[in-house]
Design a protein around this ligand. Structure first.
Ligand code: ATP
Ligand code: LTN
Length: 329
């Protein structure tokens, strides 16, 4: 069985971009693979977080994993900070990472741009992400398009470790959806939809009220051509809405084009709003049940135990390869 690992930051409320780019594939992959799905709280603190909000969002992301259909009996769901081996391997891999590699990371450039003081954690973020993945010797990493560069660095670090200290790490592959790998902002199709974007009109949050979702979709920017055609280069706004439609209604782009041939954007947007609301309503019902029942705490405890079993073995092996004296048991 192949191993799958991924994580989402509890840095805000999850968007439909997080769902389409990442979470939907978590749900798909759990049936045939050994899966580890984390809430990466140690990554979230690379930018300032309010403690109460971090706590709430961490529990919320875990509950959303369950509500979206990740079965805790199939996959380990856990908080990164519950498995201390992440931080430790993160440090070991930081020593293998070159400054130049980190300086080239576009996520770092985007998130540090224009800021007076930038935490060192934001800079070394990709080494911790590599540790997350390599700790489980994951084969596949389901992520959105924006994480490709981090995955490439993870692969390089695995290779570097293997050639320096002996073949040990699995070199992981990204698992990225063909359509919807980068859902764009509703008000600006040149920007990725992101949970930490302050402009609420740019995002569809998974926990948005359906009435709010309808309003956001009706106001979403489009071009003036009024032809429902998938062309991300020339028609990025409508193509983005088509990707959302395709994933939430589970129909192909070609079928959407055929259905709305000769029609203006109005009917398409109206149907899209209904599709998204119909998709999100049961997810929200399940989410509130999960939060009320308190089951998330049991799931996180069990998940952390499962993860720790693997993580401990790997970390010991890594240390042995690197020449650390291992403590007596
Ligand atoms: P932040 O704004 O705090 O950086 P984010 O919304 O970009 O957060 P992450 O926690 O960094 O979300 O990402 C979680 C997963 O969701 C990653 O696999 C990422 O690639 C994916 N993802 C995030 N935004 C999008 C998007 N707009 N389209 C597709 N996938 C996305
Ligand atoms: N960097 C990712 C979150 C993340 C992750 C991971 C994804 C942290 N560790 C391990 C996949 C595997 C992000 O910003 N979306």
């Amino acid at each position: 069985m192949k191993r799958v690992l991924s994580g989402i930051q509890p840095s805000g409320q999850l968007t439909i971009g997080n769902y389409i780019g990442a979470m939907q594939n978590f749900v798909k992959l759990q049936h045939e693979h050994q899966c580890f799905f984390m809430v990466v709280d140690l990554h979230a603190i690379t930018v300032p977080q309010d403690p109460a909000a971090l706590r709430e969002q961490s529990e919320s992301v875990a509950a959303l994993y369950i509500a979206a259909g990740i079965d805790p009996n199939k996959a380990a769901i856990f908080l990164q900070s519950h498995v201390p081996q992440h931080a430790e391997l993160g440090w070991l891999l930081t020593t293998l990472t070159y400054m130049g590699e980190l300086e080239r990371m576009t996520q770092f450039k985007d998130k540090s741009e224009g800021k007076d003081s930038v935490g060192a954690g934001l800079f070394v973020y990709p080494s911790l992400m590599a540790a997350d993945i390599l700790l489980y010797n994951a084969d596949l990493v389901p992520v959105g398009d924006d994480q490709k560069q981090h995955l490439e660095l993870t692969r390089d670090l695995a290779g570097r470790f293997n050639s320096r200290y002996g073949n040990y790490f699995t070199v992981p592959q990204p698992f990225i959806p063909e359509v919807g790998a980068r859902i764009m902002s509703l008000d600006d199709a040149s920007k990725k939809m992101s949970k930490s974007n302050a402009n609420a009109g740019s995002n569809i949050f998974l926990l948005d009220d359906p009435a709010v979702i309808r309003k956001k979709i009706s106001r979403a920017k489009t071009d003036s051509e009024a032809i429902v055609k998938y062309d991300p280069i020339h028609k990025p706004e409508i193509s983005n809405l088509m990707s959302i439609y395709s994933h939430t209604a589970n129909v192909s782009i070609a079928d959407i084009e055929a259905k709305y041939e000769g029609q203006m954007y109005g009917p398409f947007k109206k149907d899209l709003a209904e599709q998204v609301a119909a998709f999100i309503e049961p997810l929200q019902t399940r989410y509130h049940e999960v939060r009320r029942s308190g089951e998330v705490y049991d799931v996180l405890q069990k998940g952390a135990q499962q993860a720790q079993e693997v993580a401990e073995l790997t970390l010991n092996e890594v240390k042995r390869h690197m020449g650390f004296v291992l403590p007596r048991r």
